[in-house]
Design a protein around this ligand. Structure first.
Ligand code: MN
Length: 200
């Protein structure tokens, strides 16, 4: 049993001009692939060697600091797959239907949510992720450091943006705020978020 790099859900140039083909070549083809390869090496000879569920590995290794290497790579494999699906060509902007209603209910307005998401994405010092989650029945924006994932705190991820520098440096250099704005205005896949919200 070994994990494989899942294909991107769109072509490498499908998110241009917002995210370049070159960024996706590296981010998916090199960074994401390296997490898969590292995970496959690290689980050999451990209790996880024959574990097929990435989610199970993430939950179990999150509790054990001796397994931080496996955790980091397993969580980064999962986080990146989730991130690719959090975006689509011609995405972004204000959602409609259930997602809009829930954002208005829990943040006051779509604009208030968008402001908070950008603020938290910028506030993450160094590498990490900003997430829209459902937590105890309410939508919330949370940020995590490095590979960490809200599911280890029992929160349900709905949408995420990678704020590691490798996610935006080729296209935006050090301008993380510009990348977060483009993610929300041009890339976010609200259908994916709504599907996650509806899932058990
Ligand atoms: Mn990344």
């Amino acid at each position: 049993m070994s994990f494989e790099l899942p294909p991107l859900p769109y072509a490498q140039d499908a998110l241009e001009p917002h995210i370049s083909r070159q960024t996706l070549e590296y981010h998916h083809g090199k960074h994401h692939k390296a997490y898969v390869d590292n995970l496959n090496k690290l689980v050999v000879g451990t209790a996880y060697e024959h574990e097929e569920s990435l989610e199970t590995i993430i939950q179990k290794t999150a509790q054990n600091e001796k397994e931080v290497g496996i955790f980091n790579n397993a969580a980064q494999v999962w986080n990146h797959s989730f991130f690719w699906h959090s975006m689509k060509p011609r995405g972004g902007g204000r959602p409609s239907g259930t997602m809009l209603r829930r954002l208005e209910q829990d943040f006051g307005s779509y604009e208030a949510f968008a402001e908070l998401f950008q603020k938290e994405g910028l506030a993450q010092f160094g590498s990490g992720w900003v997430w829209l989650v459902e937590s105890a029945g309410k939508l919330a924006v949370v940020r995590t450091a490095n590979a960490a994932n809200p599911s280890i705190k029992g929160q349900k991820p709905l949408l995420t943006c990678d704020v590691w520098e490798h996610a935006y440096y080729l296209d935006y250099q050090n301008r993380r705020p510009d990348f977060l704005k483009v993610f929300l205005e041009n890339l976010a896949d609200w259908d994916f978020a709504e599907k996650n919200l509806a899932a058990a």
